[in-house]
Design a protein around this ligand. Structure first.
Ligand code: CP3
Length: 349
């Protein structure tokens, strides 16, 4: 299967230009978790449909992915899915519980548990191929960002059995059972790479690797126990010829390594001043980094801070405006609409 050639309009989009570090007419903007619970139109279409089921229905995936694009006029769409979807697709017994997150029925402990997880093939996810194709044709010149969960973050859900603050069991495996850890991280890296390939071959024009919880590791442990596996996913994605965004939360001390792992764009959370994020990204483009809570501030306060982010972003070869993490569920969509307009109107590079 060959990837459809991007239209000129797509290749010339502000989002893809910024990701490649080329001059842009305005700073592109999109929001992590822009599709989802903060939108009334999302809650409406999700009524009576479980989260994972909605990810497997191309009609719903298309509609939900398009909702924020229609509402805000953002510069990119993020594929509506979840980081645990590919695990579900290969047969891991898990669910996404409302208000909790992914919950795994039988957490991974042993080498046999890892070996029982099948590798992912396109046949496991025909609904992803169909959803991406449908979306790309409806999006026209607007880029679609495909995504996968990075090995550490996905391993945490598999080993802990659910959301965790300390990731203690995960680290216990990392330090105490290196052979099991290596097998698990390789397994997840292979699944993530295959999952990204399916999305790009169906027409996604960029990918984001979400390592949301990597910030729980020290640079030393990240380099030794996490980075090689994320690098293998990013290297495989690089062979597909699309820009790669690498994002984590609380990863200030890891930004340099996350760039070196093979990112074209380094995602910066709000804890790191963007000027500093730009320095740590080592000559790469950056994405971020307004505090997601600033949408609850008076509009002029939020926009004042957005102006500072735009200014700081000018020092990078490319800047994609985003929040420092996902849109919080109680966010007023009108604030995001104002923010999107502001970024478009106040950014000349
Ligand atoms: O960004 C988008 O708008 C696209 C969709 C998207 C979802 N999950 C939909 C979702 C993306 C990119 C993700 C990635 C994801 N999932 C990450 C990495 C990004 C991040 O936020 O750090 C992580 C860690 C997960 C795991 C996960 N899934 C969590 C922590 C939760 C939230 C639990 C809760 O309800 O508080 C989910 C569920 C989830 N994924 C929802 C959505 C819209 C909410 C489910 C619902 O609507 O009932």
């Amino acid at each position: 299967m060959t990837r459809p050639l991007p239209s000129d309009q797509l290749a010339d989009s502000a989002f893809l230009k910024a990701a490649r570090g080329e001059p842009v007419p305005h700073t592109p903007v999109w929001f992590m978790r822009q599709a989802g619970r903060s939108l009334p139109e999302y809650r409406k279409v999700r009524e009576g449909v479980a989260m994972l089921e909605s990810c497997m229905r191309p009609d719903l995936v298309t509609e939900i992915t398009l909702q924020p694009v229609r509402r805000y006029g953002v510069d990119a769409a993020i594929f509506f899915s979840d980081i645990v979807l590919p695990l579900k697709a290969v047969g891991v017994d898990l669910d996404i519980k409302p208000g909790i997150g992914p919950v795994v029925a039988k957490p991974v402990e042993t080498l046999a548990d890892v070996e029982a997880i099948p590798d992912l093939t396109p046949d496991h996810v025909p609904f992803i191929t169909e959803s991406v194709r449908q979306l790309v044709s409806e999006l026209g010149g607007i880029p679609l960002i495909g995504f996968a969960g990075a090995p550490f973050t996905v391993a945490s859900y598999l080993v802990e059995g659910g959301p965790s603050k300390e990731h203690a069991r995960t680290k216990a495996m990392m330090y105490g059972a290196p052979d099991v850890w290596d097998a698990l991280m390789r397994k997840i890296a292979g699944i993530a790479a295959a999952y990204l390939r399916v999305q790009v071959e169906a027409g996604a024009s960029a990918v984001q690797l979400f390592d949301s919880w990597a910030g729980a590791t020290s640079p030393r442990d990240y380099r030794e126990h996490v980075m090689p596996y994320s690098a293998s996913v990013l290297t495989a994605a690089g062979e597909l010829g699309v820009p790669r965004i690498h994002f984590g939360v609380g990863t200030g001390e890891l930004l340099g390594l996350m760039g070196e792992a093979g990112a074209d764009v380094v995602g910066v959370d709000w804890r790191v001043p963007l000027e500093e994020g730009v320095r740590r990204a080592g000559g790469r483009a950056v994405q971020g980094n307004l505090d997601p809570s600033l949408v609850f501030a008076p509009t002029e306060v939020m926009l004042g801070r957005a102006a500072e982010v735009l200014e700081a972003g000018k020092a990078a070869p490319g800047h994609i405006f985003n929040l420092g993490h996902g849109v919080l569920p109680s966010t007023d969509p009108d604030q995001l609409a104002r923010l999107t307009d502001f970024v478009h109107e106040h950014s000349t590079r």
